[in-house]
Design a protein around this ligand. Sequence first.
Ligand code: TXA
Ligand code: MG
Length: 346
Amino acid sequence: MYYNWKEQTNTEELKIVCNLIKNGELVVFPTETVYGIGANALDANAVGKIFIAKGRPSDNPLIIHLADKRNIEDIAQNITEVEQKLIDNFMPGPFTIILKRKDIVPDIVTAGLDTVAVRIPNNIIAKAIITFSGVPIAAPSANISGKPSGTNIEDIRKELEGKVSAIVDGGKTDIGLESTVVKVIDEVPVILRPGKVTPDDIKNVIGKVKLDEKVFKKVDEDENIESPGMKYRHYSPEKPCQLIYCENELDQIFYMNKFINLYNKNVVVIGSEEYKEKYNISKDRFINIGTKNNLDQIAQNIYSAIREADKLEAEIILIEGVKKEGLGIAIMNRLLRTCGYNFFEK
Ligand code: TXA
Ligand code: MG
């Protein structure tokens, strides 16, 4: 079923949706980052359905979503001072913390790890569904495994209708990129997946922060990594992609045009409006992701732009990069994976 709660949460429908969760069914719901496919986190059978619906590898663990900080102790234990400080400062919000798990959490959620990922979304619909279901909700991003995360309801319906029991429409997601995932290792917060909460935000609170070295690197299947999600092909369209970023504006225009010509203009370009007229390509082959001076806007649009580009006839998708700073770290982390690490940088 499809439920439209863009304007307002419907209380009758909320009951239906929460009953579905309680009864072990799957529900797609919005959060402030991206949409999630939710199931009762304490019901191993229900969680198993998520892996089937997404085609997700079973060794990639899920995030458990809670409505309130008081519930963290239900699923996690031995919370350290640094972890507590992160919880106090960044939750609810676009922030996920990896904590020592309690036995109540089924193995299928954590992929057998002794830790559990916990997040408290800051979104009215997400909060209502978690609260009234009365159970913690395991939810990965709403997309088939390997595809860009669902941020826009049309894309989600096309991809997941028939695979889940309900889809709740809360409009376009605010942030557009998945939460920042952090694990505290030897009292240092280590960012396993960058997001809207930036390294500086964390440093300002804790005094120290580390960006996992794999954030901008290709990870091999058999490598030992902190977060299993790092090793999989991600956020990717069907077409090949090339990421291009030059700090200097003239270089950016020059090299993008060089790539455009290399493919005899049989390309789609995803880029900022500043360069729309400068890239040597017709308007119908250019997808505008907003101004390059507003990274929030780019983050919000990026996944739907990639999906839109994939629908057009072209040999390759050329994507304009951003500076790896602030939210730009998260944008470039995702784009590098989208492009399978095909990155031209100057
Ligand atoms: O914003 C978000 O985080 C969205 C919304 C729906 O909340 N969810 C999301 O979930 O992006 P998913 O499953 O697409 O990504 C979860 C990431 C994966 O990279 C996974 O490997 C990592 O978190 N993860 C989960 N549990 C972990 C654990 N115990 N240790 C390390 N990494 C973990
Ligand atoms: Mg995902």
